[in-house]
Structure formats: C-alpha cells, structure tokens
Design a protein around this ligand. Sequence first.
Ligand code: C2E
Ligand code: CA
Ligand code: CA
Length: 426
Amino acid sequence: MDSRSNQVALVVEDSAVQRAHMVALVQSLQFGTVLEARDGVDALRVLDNYGKNQVYLVLTDLDMPGMDGIELIRHLGEHQLAENVIVTSARDPRLLEVIENMGSSDGRLHLLGTMLKPVALEDLTAMLKRVDQIKHAGMVAPDHVSFTLQELETALEQNQFTPYFQPKVAIASGVVNGVETLARWQHPIHGVLAPFHFIPSIEGTLLMAPFTLAIIDQALRQLNTWRRLGHYAITVSINLSAETLADSDFIGRVDALVNSHGAAPESLIWEVTETMVMSHLSECLANLARLRLKGYGLAMDDYGIGYSSMQQLSRCPFTELKIDRAFVYGAAERPNRRAILASSIEVGHRLGITTVAEGVESLLDWNVLQELSCDVAQGYLIAKPMPADEFPNWIRENRLRLRSLAASGASKRLHRPERSRTVGWQ
Ligand code: C2E
Ligand code: CA
Ligand code: CA
C-alpha cells in the first residue's frame, strides 16, 4: 500500500463541525498534509496557494454556498488538480447516484465513491483500500501492455489460457448450482491476466475459435472431475462471442466436443450478451435454437445494458437471464438501480426463465435480491473466480455460510446499513 505520508488531501465542507470531523478522520489515515476549504471557490484558492502538483484526494460536500460540489468536481477534472474524489452528502441517494455516473465517465479524475454524512472512518478506509488494491492487484497489468497476434498464438499453443470458475448460488437455499467459466491468461511475465487484456485482441481473428474451444475443452474436463467427486448438480456456464455464435460450423464443433467428453448438454449453459444477440438477431437465432433443441441451457448475459424489449427477448429461447452487475451492485442504496433490477427480475419471471444477478458484493444487495425473489446470485459476496482445483475445498468450507446467507431473512435487519459505496468496477 502507498505510504500516505507524502500524499495531500483536501476536505471541502461548509459546516465547520462536519469539516473538523472529516479533517480529523483524514489525519488519522496518516496523510502528510490535510488542507481544508469552505466551498468550491475556497477550495480552488487553497489549491492554488498550495501550488504543488495534484492532490491525491479531495473529499467534498455537494451542497455548499458559493461553488457547489458538482461545479468543483468539474474544475478539478478540467484542470487536473486532483487524482481522486469522494463526494459526501446528506442528500437524497438518487442525487448521489447521478453524481457517481457523472464521475465515472471522466477519465482524468477518479470519483472513488459517495458517502452519506456523517462519514465513518471504516467506510473511508475501505474506499481508499480498494483503490490501493486495484492499483496494486497482481491481476492488473499496466494499461499499455498490448499483445501481438504472434504472442497470442504462442500462448494458445503453450496452453497458457485457462479457465477460472465463479460459483452461482440459489438465493432461496444457498446451494451452489453452477459455475461460470472465466478465461485467464497465465502469462509467464505479467502473471494472471483478466480477459480485458487479451480477449479484445483475439476477437475478430482466426484465433477466436481455437481459443474458445480450448477453454470449453478444459471446462468440460473439470465438469467430469467434479462429477467424479460427487458434484452432480453443478452446471457449467461458458461465454460465447458474437462471431462464434453466428458461425454454424463452429456450433457443430462445440457440440462434437461436448459429446466427446460424454457431457450431458443439460449441464452446460452458453452465455451470450444481450447487445450481441440483439445486433445479430437473425444470424444468432438459428444457432441459439439449435443449441436449445440439443438440450443446452442458454443465458442472456449483461441484461439491462442493451435495453432489449420483452418482445425481443421472448423470441429467443433463453433459459436464464443474467442481470448486469451495473443494476445489482449497490441496488440496496440506489433507488434507480433497484427499480431496473426489480423490473428485470419481473421480466424473467414472466417469461418463466431463471433470473441470475451478477456482481453481488454486499449482504445488503443480497437482501434486496431475496426480497425481489431473484433466483440465483453470483458475485464477490459468494466468491471470486478461482482456479478449478480450489473449487471442491471452497464448497466444503462455504456450505454453511451460504446456507445461513439464504436463511438471513430475519437477521439481516440487525445488520448495520452500509453507508458508503464505491463507484465502478475493477
Ligand atoms: P462477464 O461474462 O459479464 O463475466 C462476469 C465478470 O464479472 C467477470 O470478469 C467476473 O470476474 C466479474 N465479477 C463477478 N462477480 C463480481 C463482483 O461481485 N464484482 C466485480 N467487480 N466483478 C465481478 P472477468 O473474469 O474479468 O471477465 C470479463 C468478461 O470477459 C466476461 O464478462 C466475459 O464477457 C469475457 N470473458 C471471460 N471469459 C471468456 C471466454 O472464455 N470467452 C469469451 N468470449 N469471453 C469471455
Ligand atoms: Ca458471462
Ligand atoms: Ca455478465
């Protein structure tokens, strides 16, 4: 973690009492310098006087006389005066939600999150810790790393692409009923790389088909291993890209591969994204129908992002609706997200298909999903994606915890409400 002693923070708040409280909090986090200001105009003056390069953190109120927090954030971003901002407010959570969406679209300034006042030390610590983790996480290679087709081809030949698995849990019972296969690159220099480092470079090239088959092949092997260990009821979900789904030959090869492993189509679920299906509806429909006829499960992934209508959805033979984490994460505190989440679950139920919420990170969001009768949850609250060999142990060690999560209906109200929220996804 960074040493804070050479970092500068600025607290912007019109109430003297709140300001003193927040300055004390930030000081207790060992920031080298803590500046303070009464409103936006005062903040810009203080920064100008301070004069050095960017401050690391600005903690600002929204509602202030003079220049308000929104205007201040705009200035900070435009003139690159700060690296990170946290917005504090006593206001309507809907307003904080708008601010979050505003901030995350500005690449120059990181809006870390919003917090309801009075700010608590543990929330502030958690938010800063998360930023440090993202910065230092081994999985995140430097942004500038990009790979040539030759490097990707070599990686494929040397079996460096491997599946991780993330559990999916039935919300009513806490039983693990499936896993999603998520590709990782065991890079000899950069360590374990997440898909966004390599899938965009593979997509649209001749490598996409062999890459996808390599992941499917390994996932099928795992499915067989888990069955031998007695996990019969586990389904394995696998992501397919638009180009592979639209290619009938490829679909035929996938089916042959599944047969060669002796796997039952019912134990596999193909995930395709909403935007991808809706933009190539006619090409995809035939192959989706073929897969469904053979008995495979089909999931519409990232649902909610593409705003497909229920009518469009009803034309595709999906068995599962995966609601995008953008509408799940923090839904407990954000009325807009919760509304979209509720209507997505309702659409799924009306069509008679399983609803899966992605990106479930907190108990509060889990509770909302319980209330809305969502079927399945997937997210860090349950587990992060893991290598295959960790899965049997993980199941053993988490069985009770998941059962009690499912039964948490009564005890959940005793839980302290989460008062802070972090913007965006790592
Ligand atoms: P996806 O299909 O939407 O997968 C879910 C992503 O959300 C995964 O990211 C997973 O690690 C992450 N995730 C799960 N729970 C949480 C949570 O609680 N909080 C947060 N912040 N994130 C969570 P990952 O593994 O980086 O994969 C990113 C995307 O790459 C996937 O999104 C999928 O579209 C694509 N992908 C992964 N593996 C494959 C593959 O084998 N083939 C294809 N075509 N695409 C793949
Ligand atoms: Ca997926
Ligand atoms: Ca998804």
